[in-house]
Design a binder for this molecule. Structure first.
Ligand SMILES: [Zn+2]
Length: 254
């Protein structure tokens, strides 16, 4: 059951470091500092500059981090950029991360792992197609597959169920099978074993099972569930009645 615990822990970590969106002026100031600090051949200092930049929430910050993720000369700094992008709330961060995945490239193993973890921490449905296509493209690679599966399990979106069942049905690998089972258990709340068992359960419950909408608070970055249609954000909904960036739809527990 370790997988099921990852999502709330990530949420706590993210809400601990990030406070509200920056204004344009604040983002420009953070970028000016970053430019100075990043202009060095020392990769440790560049990584630190990237990490600091990630502490500010803004679309412009996502663009700058995307540039580092694509172009920095060292893998270490690129992995720091991936991690920082995973902590950005702007939905564009998800696509930047998704495009950085290189399935089937053994040279990109470390970066792929960092990007998969970052996609998990975006906690969004938008990350799911990137993760499932990576999973299908690397289904003979136990290390990449199991990381993609644990990211899908942590997000918990039912959009991944069909693809995970397919992967589970096609493999007997000792690493991938338990990873796929754990991901399905985390998403569905059902402790089943085989692809056929999950297929039967999903056939009965798809469209029937109640769902919960999950949102991110625009003021605090914290994640909350809306059980009723017009429910306000529990963190600052009195000040901002429309608060809430749609993240994902989950199946109701039990
Ligand atoms: Zn809010």
């Amino acid at each position: 059951m370790r997988i099921a615990l990852i999502a709330p822990v990530l949420t706590l970590v993210l809400s601990g470091i990030a406070l509200a969106y920056a204004t344009d002026a604040e983002a420009d100031a953070a970028l000016a500092t970053f430019k100075k600090e990043y202009a060095t051949k020392d990769e440790g200092l560049r990584a630190k500059a990237v990490q600091t930049l990630g502490g500010t929430q803004h679309k412009k910050i996502v663009d700058a981090l995307a540039g580092v993720l694509q172009k920095d000369s060292t893998e270490t700094v690129r992995t720091f950029a991936a991690r920082a992008l995973g902590g950005q709330w702007s939905p564009t961060a998800v696509d930047v991360l998704g495009r950085a995945l290189k399935p089937g490239d053994p040279q990109a193993e470390k970066l792929n792992q960092a990007v998969l973890a970052a996609l998990a921490s975006t906690d969004s449905d938008a990350a799911v197609p990137h993760l499932t296509s990576f999973l299908k493209a690397s289904k003979t690679d136990p290390s990449c597959s199991s990381s993609a599966l644990s990211a899908l399990g942590a997000i918990g979106s039912p959009k991944a169920i069909d693809d995970i069942i397919e992967v589970l049905g096609e493999t007997k690998n000792k690493v991938i099978v338990p990873a796929a089972q754990a991901a399905l258990a985390s998403i569905t709340g059902q402790q089943l074993k085989t692809a056929d068992e999950y297929k039967t359960w999903w056939g009965v419950n798809k469209g029937k099972k109640k769902t919960v909408q999950v949102f991110r608070c625009e003021g605090t970055g914290r994640v909350f569930e809306k059980t009723e249609k017009d429910a306000k954000c529990p963190h600052d909904g009195d000040k901002n009645p429309k608060c809430g960036i749609a993240l994902k739809t989950k199946l109701e527990a039990k």
